[in-house]
Ligand binder design. Structure first.
Ligand code: UGA
Length: 423
């Protein structure tokens, strides 16, 4: 199939590259010229396991990036993968998707034959039907039987996005009509996964509800962990036992510092605002956020039990990315921890295998290191904030510290004499 993808961020770039691997011919439309140049030279501007190899195998052959919407009308369908960031009040900002819909509509004016527009961006229920559809239909001057609309949410985890695309748990296709849904479904031919066909709004809600449930599972594990720590019980042992119930599942039970990233915090906030707009009181979701916001302060409180005053103390931070296998620091739990340490007068020295550059833009005024040993040298304390597996190999390196105060926020260390945030 000939597929155009609008938006070359994490989702758009991974989706385009994987669709090319499936044998489709892909045009990736991205407004940022630098990103387009990088993509066309086979270099992804993000770190994502396996993406670089895949992109360089297909770029110039069956995938091309462009800043222009010009060739969109020659494709069979268009996937919208632009961002829907949070507005200050927590609602989803739909201005980028509205602008993209305008441009797509303009390009479809002269299109001959049927076209499908599928939305991958996370949007509040009703957005495809009430915003995207009318905008594209009015701009293109087409009728509903000439353009079909689909909501096809993504469930890609950063760091595992290529794997998640190729081996998904399910593919959700919500459509305005059967033909539109069939067109998008045929693009996934070759992927072995159950396919759920729904209406547009149900597909939109499935994405929010999935992320809200996963975020709730993490906050639940953290709350149980905080109680277990007081009782001297190992929360990981407890949750292993709980997760063996097939109704619960053992995944996403890693108690620790809480969730960050570009999705869970944004999507839970948007769902809370959506519920409030419907005169509902989303008490459960608000607690999920509250537990998550308190968790980073707990690791600082544990440190304060060891040193009553942090001023002048050298604190080594291991891990800055919001999780392992990514250079992304958006909503990383490391940010509130570092800010609190600085507020209390500590000097912070940090190391991360991939995210030093990105964190420098957010917190420029701390010392960054090229390795864990450098960060640990002469440190009074060490806080582990990201679940990088390489931290699990550290042992002798901790002998470089001035005093051995080590608090693990992610249950990743395997050496002795370590305190856990909630174990
Ligand atoms: C999340 C979802 O997992 C994807 O299914 C979804 O498609 C994506 O959001 C999205 O909406 O686009 P992602 O944010 O990339 O993916 O990363 P996750 O692996 O879900 O981790 C999110 C955060 O939760 C990380 O900060 C991680 O450290 C934390 N986490 C995860 C825990 O604290 N405990 C766990 O057990 C699992």
């Amino acid at each position: 199939m000939r597929i155009s993808v609008v938006g070359g961020g994490y989702v758009g770039l991974v989706t385009s590259t994987c669709l090319a691997k499936l044998g489709h011919s892909v045009i990736l439309i991205e407004v940022d010229e630098h990103k387009v140049d990088a993509i066309n030279s086979g270099i992804p501007f993000i770190y994502e396991e396996g993406l670089r190899e895949l992109l360089s195998a297909h770029i110039g052959k069956n995938i091309i990036a462009s800043t222009s919407y010009r060739d969109l009308s020659s494709s069979d369908f268009t996937l919208i993968c632009v961002g829907t960031p949070s507005l200050p009040d927590g609602r989803a900002d739909l201005s980028i998707i509205e602008a993209a819909s305008f441009s797509i509509g303009q390009c479809l004016i002269d299109k001959e034959g049927y076209h499908v527009v599928a939305v991958k961006s996370t949007v509040p229920p009703g957005t495809t039907q009430n915003l995207i559809m009318p905008k594209i239909l009015s701009q293109s001057g087409k009728h509903e039987n000439e353009i079909g609309f689909v909501m096809n949410p993504e469930f890609l985890r950063e760091g595992l996005a290529v794997q998640d695309f190729m081996k998904p748990d399910r593919i959700v296709i919500g459509s305005s009509d059967e033909r539109a849904g069939d067109t998008v479904q045929s693009a996934y031919c070759g992927i072995d996964a159950p396919i759920l066909r729904t209406g547009l709004t149900a597909a939109e809600m499935i994405k929010y509800a999935s992320n809200a449930f996963l975020a709730s599972k993490i906050s639940f594990s953290n709350e149980i962990g905080n109680v277990c720590k007081k009782l001297g019980i190992d929360v990981y042992e407890v949750l292993r036992g709980v997760g063996m119930d097939h109704r619960i599942s053992p995944h996403f039970f890693n108690a620790g510092l809480g969730f960050g990233g570009s999705c869970f915090p944004k999507d839970v906030s948007a769902l809370i605002r959506l519920a409030e707009d419907m005169d509902e009181d989303p008490i459960l979701l608000r607690s999920v956020v509250e537990v998550n916001e308190r968790q980073p302060m707990r690791i600082v409180e544990l440190l304060l039990r060891r040193f009553r005053d942090l001023s002048g103390k050298r604190v080594a931070i291991l891990g800055l990315a919001f999780k392992n296998d990514t250079d992304d620091v958006r909503e990383s739990r490391a940010i509130p921890v570092i800010r609190e340490l600085l507020r209390r007068g500590a000097s912070v020295v940090a190391y991360d295998p991939k995210a030093v550059l990105s964190m420098r833009n957010v917190v420029p005024d701390i010392e960054y290191c090229e390795g864990a040993s450098q960060a640990l040298t002469d440190a009074d304390a060490c806080l582990v904030l990201t679940e990088w597996p390489e931290f699990g190999q550290l042992d002798k390196e901790f002998e470089l510290m001035r005093s051995r105060v080590i608090i693990d926020g992610r249950r990743v260390l395997s050496c002795e004499n370590v305190e856990g945030i909630c174990w």
